[in-house]
Design a protein around this ligand. Structure first.
Ligand code: BTN
Length: 268
């Protein structure tokens, strides 16, 4: 992957936000490397991109299979100079940014699943893992993003959920450098808005793209499950869940389709 070609596509705002872009052919995990560099004293915002990870990490301790050239794996490291509230909504902001960038490149019919999955036809196209890290008085957010571009069928068989990739859903392949650049551009712009106005300006975008809006869903948090009808997200990015016992706001957990839908799928 050519770093100069990525830099050439970045906006001034993005170049100001993320001054260094690094590409490596392979690494254990871009999020793990980002954490190591923060701990070693690296202070600036930067981006690490690779096309293979030997120990890619997913949410909730899962593995993110990352064989060579099956996807784009990247971490954007962003330092906060002010104490920011409501950081959990940054995962929604990242998903919106990814949606915007792929849509601009011609990928159609993408949808979002709370809190941060990008789906196509209810199959997962990309995942997001945010790691918050502090070092002395500084706080950093590591935005880890994995986008499936060309998953071999042997890998698809090892993943315990429906997945898809860019090459399957697009008529012609998209340059990986264009995807990386576009994502850095969108995230830089959205982060600048977020740190001025919070998540509120993004609420409507999320609710327009949320594929479970109005659906019966289950939220799993550890051993606890709560079910209800999704009423979309609020101005803080919390998920509004309506049930016969009233309405509640969910701020963490995993969204499952309703138990009925899950049971139907497992009976097929
Ligand atoms: C998920 O479970 O949906 C989140 C997947 C996040 C994967 C990305 S790939 C780049 C970065 N480095 C990692 O080890 N994980 C994230």
């Amino acid at each position: 992957m050519n770093i100069n070609s990525i830099r050439g596509m970045l906006t001034d705002e993005a170049l100001k936000c993320f001054m260094e872009i690094v590409y490596v052919d392979e690494i254990d995990s871009t999020n793990a490397e980002a954490a190591r560099r923060i701990d070693a004293g690296k202070r600036e915002n930067w981006v690490l991109v690779t096309t293979a990870q030997s120990a890619g990490r997913g949410r909730r301790g899962r593995v993110w299979l990352s064989p060579q050239d099956a996807g784009i794996y990247m971490s954007l490291v962003y330092r906060f100079s002010v104490s920011a509230e409501n950081l959990q909504s940054l995962s929604l902001l990242t998903a919106i940014s990814l949606h915007e960038s792929l849509s601009q490149l011609g990928v159609e019919d993408l949808q979002l699943k709370w809190p941060n999955d990008l789906l196509h036809g209810k199959k997962k196209l990309a995942g997001i893992l945010l790691d918050l890290r502090t070092c002395q008085t500084e706080t950093y957010m590591v935005f880890g993003i994995g986008i499936n571009t060309d998953l071999p069928s042997s890998v698809i068989g090892q993943i315990d959920q429906p997945v898809t990739d860019i090459n399957t859903i697009c008529a012609s392949p998209i340059e990986r450098t264009a995807i990386v650049a576009s994502l850095i551009n969108r995230l830089s712009e959205n982060l600048n808005i977020f740190f001025k106005h919070g998540f509120a300006p993004f609420k409507d975008s999320w609710n327009k793209l949320d594929c479970y809006l109005g659906a019966d869903i289950v939220i799993q948090n550890g051993e606890t499950q709560v079910s209800g009808k999704s009423a979309g997200v609020d101005e803080q990015g919390g998920l509004l869940l309506q049930s016969s016992s009233g309405s509640r706001t969910i701020n963490g957990g995993e969204l499952l389709p309703s138990l009925r839908e899950l049971n139907e799928a497992s009976n097929l």
